[in-house]
Design a protein around this ligand. Structure first.
Ligand code: URA
Length: 433
């Protein structure tokens, strides 16, 4: 087999078979297929797409390119969740203890963040002493004991995806739906998931800005799941403004704990219950989603999920007393307010811009090696649809850097205040299964 013939086949709109895809991914992983040929193939895929069969084969070949986590020593069906990411997204911190509280094992590997704020793992490191690097034995034991663990990625998972993503990043081929779908699904499958709930975001702060693109990605990932024997549900949720009121690291942890303590933050609660509901159905705890949602809503505020969260923080070496005294979480030295220049309604908030503002305060990394300031972040006092008077505080910015001018400029760009009350967007746009 020659790579050039396979590039030609794809360039001319043909379908690659499993054997050909295996040849490509094995060759790319062991470096007998050079980057320039893989780049050409990626561009051919970008223009001609892939069939469901091709995408499933690509996913499984990328899984096979590295380690696959064996969760077979964990009792019960392992249901993982993945979010395509957004600003203020602390849903995993709410969903994981909630689902674990009914006995479904949550054995989750999470990434660090590059961009607006830290990833889930970074956020958890707001607890002094929190350890994200457990051995496989410790990880397994903890999930069997308390039903929940979240750690950083271990082992050499999906090296083919890692290399391919880096190549796509510099060859203008990132935004190809089959390549994104196989990239995300390969990582979840390599991490040992039996079934998967995907939170596919859409809106100004999402990777997929338009609903149609988000739906296409969701459908493609659900199809991969079907073709490779992993039950998959995708929930398309709104990311047109930040989620909740807190954007940062320690402050996002605080907000997640508040929701687990019964605070009614509508968007967080609705989306978390929707994701948790589907996880609980896939985990075979409830027969229907409606029953799952209703029961989990009651359980969310009854303290059980919060107790799992406490045990989880303690089990991984963190100071769990912070869960009951949130003032002990990292606090910033400086604080400033962003105020309304005119009266009206908050018509829109460009979520990405708020994310960049948080990063400029120190909450996110501009490069891989940047240190996070866990205390840096933004508290939104006004969200879309709220009425404001000139001079009202719209947001509070916190940082250990005294000069917050550039973050304030971003906030100014993010918010549009106008005369008309906007119509509310749905929080859950669609469920694909
Ligand atoms: N996220 C991923 O994991 N892979 C992609 O290709 C794009 C976004």
């Amino acid at each position: 087999m020659r790579m050039v013939d396979l590039i030609l086949k794809k360039r001319n709109g043909g379908e690659l078979n499993e054997e050909e895809i295996r040849f490509i991914i094995e060759g790319f992983t062991n470096e007998t297929i050079p980057d320039y040929q893989m780049s050409a193939l990626s561009m051919a895929i970008y223009f001609n797409g892939m069939t469901e069969k091709e995408t499933a084969a690509l996913t499984m070949e990328m899984v096979k390119s590295g380690d696959v986590i064996d969760l077979s020593n964990i009792q019960g069906k392992k249901v993982d969740k993945h979010s395509t990411g957004g600003v203020g997204d602390k849903i995993s911190l709410i969903v994981a203890p909630l689902v674990a509280s009914i006995g479904i094992p949550v054995a989750k590997m999470s990434g660090r963040g590059l961009g607006h704020t830290g990833g889930t793992i970074d956020k958890l490191e707001s607890f002094p002493g929190f350890n994200v690097e457990l051995t496989e034995e410790q990880f397994t034991k903890q999930v069997n004991d308390i039903k929940m663990s979240i750690i950083g990625q271990t082992g050499n998972l999906t090296p083919a995806d890692k290399r391919l993503y880096a190549l796509r990043d510099v060859t203008a081929t990132v935004d190809s739906i089959p390549l994104i779908a196989s990239s995300i699904m390969s990582k979840k499958i390599a991490a040992g998931a039996d079934s998967i709930v995907l939170d596919v975001k859409t809106g100004s702060g999402a990777f997929m800005k338009s609903f149609d693109d988000a739906k296409a990605l969701a459908e493609e990932m659900v199809a991969i799941g079907k073709n490779v024997g992993r039950q998959t549900v995708a929930v398309i949720t709104d990311m047109d403004q930040p989620l909740g009121f807190e954007i940062g690291n320690a402050n996002e942890v605080k907000e997640a704990i508040e929701v687990l303590s019964g605070k009614d933050v509508n968007d967080l609660k609705t989306i978390a219950l929707t994701i948790a509901g589907h996880m609980a159905v896939l985990g075979e705890f409830y027969p229907t989603f409606d029953e799952a949602y209703a029961d989990l809503e009651k359980r969310m505020a009854d303290g059980h999920a919060l107790e799992v969260f406490r045990q989880f923080v303690a089990a991984q070496g963190g100071d769990a007393s912070l869960v009951d005294d949130l003032s002990k979480l990292p606090q910033a030295k400086y604080e400033t307010t962003f105020v309304a220049k005119q009266a009206g309604y908050v018509e829109s908030i460009i979520a990405d811009e708020v994310g960049v503002a948080a990063m400029l305060l120190g909450a996110g990394r501009a490069t891989k090696d940047d240190q996070l300031d866990f205390a840096a972040g933004i508290t939104l006092e006004k969200k879309v649809g709220d009425k404001v008077e000139a001079g009202d505080v719209i947001a509070v910015l916190r940082s250990n850097k005294e000069d917050m001018t550039s973050a304030l400029e971003r906030m100014d760009h993010a918010y549009t205040i106008g005369a008309t009350e906007p119509t509310a967007r749905p929080l859950v746009h669609a469920v694909i299964q």
